[in-house]
Design a protein around this ligand. Structure first.
Ligand code: P6P
Length: 328
């Protein structure tokens, strides 16, 4: 009995479909899959072994680091450093870039990742996710500056969602494809080929608890969604990968805008906004900071934040029109 199209087979077929693409992605993704399976196993039994709760450490953003964050971070670094395809990595959990140790061969790619986004949900069993982005790099010594590239320079991006099932969704610039982990065979199997986000949705995702801080454009837009007869529904998990994935499949808009409290928004450009923007644009959607395309923002620092308005093209364009009309 065939077990279906595995991620590895799909990547090999994609490599053959696009002459000139090397086998590097297949190898990089193979190592990423290993990390994803380990993290999935730990997330699935988090309640059973003593890795719940805070680790007592905090990261560069002053946020309390959950033990599972540290485990996910270490798992990805260990799984990715020896493959010979990366020169360095950048993680939300690490202040500085991580050079591939001299004892391993180095390659011409850089990996940026948020090892476990939504970690505040870990202890209450709400879905969390890993987000990753891949850039090319030049030969020779890599510095932080090599990571500060606009999102249009990404060669691949994706996320792993540890939800009711474990899914990997990725793009290499040839569409967006989703794979679901079948734990009985330990393989990610193609379950969502060529994902397209609906042109317009009926879901809006924003933390209305921040409404007292909102700038005029946000309040006007949300008020419009609530008042006109198009029956938008509010859905907000508080875990970026979950909110993004639902809207990607069903259509809708996620907003974490700039406000009076967070002038640059909360989410990070390089390893949250850029990879999800690559995916949403490849699926036919749009992603903006309110005034410009996320993937054209020229980064100034590794952990910089950005406002993020992302989802169905028509919804994001409408939100931008409100934002621009009310620019404070
Ligand atoms: P708020 C989780 O901590 C996270 O980084 C994202 O996963 C999520 O979208 C956002 O923060 C939620 O932030 O301020 O609404 O709790």
């Amino acid at each position: 009995m065939s077990i279906g199209m595995t991620l590895t087979k799909f990547l090999l077929e994609e490599q053959r479909r696009h002459p000139g693409s090397t086998g590097n992605f297949t190898a990089i993704f193979s190592d990423l899959v290993t990390a994803a399976k380990v993290i999935s196993r730990e997330v699935r039994r988090a309640g059973l072994i003593d890795i719940l709760g805070a680790s007592g450490n905090s990261n560069i953003h002053g946020e309390e680091v959950q033990k599972l964050d540290e485990l996910a971070n270490e798992t990805i670094i260990r799984a990715m450093e020896h493959g010979g395809h990366l020169s360095a990595m950048a993680s939300e959990e690490m202040d500085d870039i991580i050079h591939v140790d001299g004892k391993y061969p180095r390659g011409c790619y850089l990996l940026l990742f948020d090892p476990l986004d939504g970690s505040s949900n870990i202890d209450v069993n709400v879905s969390v996710g890993t987000i990753f982005s891949i850039l090319r790099c030049q030969d020779g010594k890599v510095t932080t500056a090599d990571f500060l590239k606009p999102g249009v320079e990404q060669v691949s991006a994706g996320y792993i969602l540890y939800g009711s099932s474990t899914m990997m969704v990725y793009t290499t610039g040839h569409g967006v494809h989703g794979f679901t982990l079948d734990p009985s065979v330990g393989e990610f199997l193609l379950s969502h080929p060529d994902i397209r986000i609906p042109e317009k949705g009926k879901i809006f995702s924003i933390n209305e608890g921040n409404s007292k801080h909102w700038l005029p454009g946000t309040g006007a837009y949300v008020e419009k969604l609530k008042s006109d007869g198009k029956d938008y529904t509010a859905r907000y998990v508080g875990s970026l990968v979950s909110d993004f994935h639902r809207n990607l499949l069903k259509g809708g808009i996620f907003l974490y805008p700039a406000d009076k409290k967070s002038r640059n928004g909360k989410l990070r450009l390089l390893y949250e906004a850029n990879p999800l923007s690559f995916i949403v644009e490849q699926a036919g959607g749009r992603s903006s900071n309110g005034v410009e395309r996320i993937m054209e923002i020229r980064p100034g620092e590794l952990h910089q934040r950005t406002p993020l308005i992302i989802g169905s093209k028509a919804d994001v364009e409408e939100a931008e029109s409100f934002w621009k009309a009310h620019i404070a």
